[in-house]
Design a binder for this molecule. Structure first.
Ligand code: ATR
Length: 276
């Protein structure tokens, strides 16, 4: 049997742990397949989709900045990808159609939103920082759960306005007001790349936050961002993005291989070792 080939497209990709995740599962389930990083430019998307069409690649993940850009090259987009206009997983269906899926929403639901059981869906204020590739999925997962007061702020306001075109119920806050606005929030979600290993960090100190605030960081590398460390010291409940990452990968894997891989301690250990 020939080896199946999978990968992730995006740029930059050096931080991606998706190969670790999928290659671990391929070994565990004795599937003859490999998963690699495919760093490409925007004008190379078409070629990659052709490779899926002609069977050179069996499936791919899509990450920043191409989650929307791939859509015109696909035969159809389904389910949460349709709701968010954001594709992170591509497969070929039984009819040979190249399909865009979104497993980020599932990842967010399993890894974070599903755990928010004691919140007041009508009253609680949620601030999403960032309007990049994963933000539409966050907004959608929160609204599906029933949250009504969702705010979003981004350094480049146009990108937040773009997301509001699809989700008209969100409110946009100015980036230079977030430190003040944060004080009245019940949940704050970092969906920017701030805090990522080797990258920039928040300049704001975020004093005066609610004691019962929940802080969720989409970043999982490092396992604890400096924001998480700081807020934990102040007694605030925090989550990182590791579970979301693993769950979105689980759903991608099962779309491609028709097998739902297990999330066990051994896997967690392998990933944490990689983060180091
Ligand atoms: P993309 O924006 O290409 O989809 P992303 O990694 O999903 O990439 O998102 C990066 C997010 O982090 C964006 O919201 C970005 O803000 P801009 O849209 O203004 O670029 C945010 N971000 C990155 N560096 C930042 C910084 N130094 N200060 C504030 N926000 C930053």
């Amino acid at each position: 049997m020939i080896e199946k080939k999978f990968g992730i497209i995006g740029k930059p990709l050096s931080h991606s742990l998706s190969p670790t995740l999928h290659n671990f599962w391929f070994r565990q389930y004795k599937i003859k397949a490999s998963y690699s990083l495919i760093e490409i430019e925007l004008n190379e998307i078409e070629t990659i989709i052709k490779e899926i069409r002609n069977g050179k690649l069996q499936g791919i993940n899509v990450t920043v900045p191409y989650k929307q850009a791939v859509i015109p090259y696909l035969d159809l987009i389904v389910d949460d990808a349709k709701e968010t206009f954001s594709v992170n997983t591509i497969n070929v269906n039984e009819e040979g159609k190249v399909v865009g899926n979104n497993t980020d929403v599932y990842g967010l639901e399993q890894g974070f939103v599903g755990k928010l059981d004691n919140q007041n869906l009508e009253k609680d204020k949620i601030l999403i920082l960032g309007a990049g590739g994963v933000t539409p999925s966050i907004v959608y997962a929160l609204s599906k759960k029933g949250f009504k007061k969702i705010f979003i702020s981004n350094r480049t306001i146009e990108k937040a306005e773009n997301i509001k075109k699809k989700f008209s119920f969100i409110e946009i806050l100015k980036w230079d007001s977030i430190e003040e606005e944060a004080k009245s929030m019940d949940i704050i979600i970092n969906a920017t790349s701030l805090g990522l290993k080797g990258g920039n960090d928040f300049k704001q100190d975020f004093k005066g936050l609610k004691n019962n605030l929940i802080y969720y960081d989409i970043v999982y590398n490092p396992e604890e961002t400096s924001m998480i460390k700081k807020l934990k010291k102040r007694g605030i409940k925090t989550f990182n993005g590791l579970e979301m990452f693993v769950y979105q990968g689980q759903k991608s894997f099962s779309l491609w291989n028709k097998h739902n891989p297990e999330l066990d301690d051994k896997l967690k250990h392998v990933i944490l070792k990689q983060i180091g």
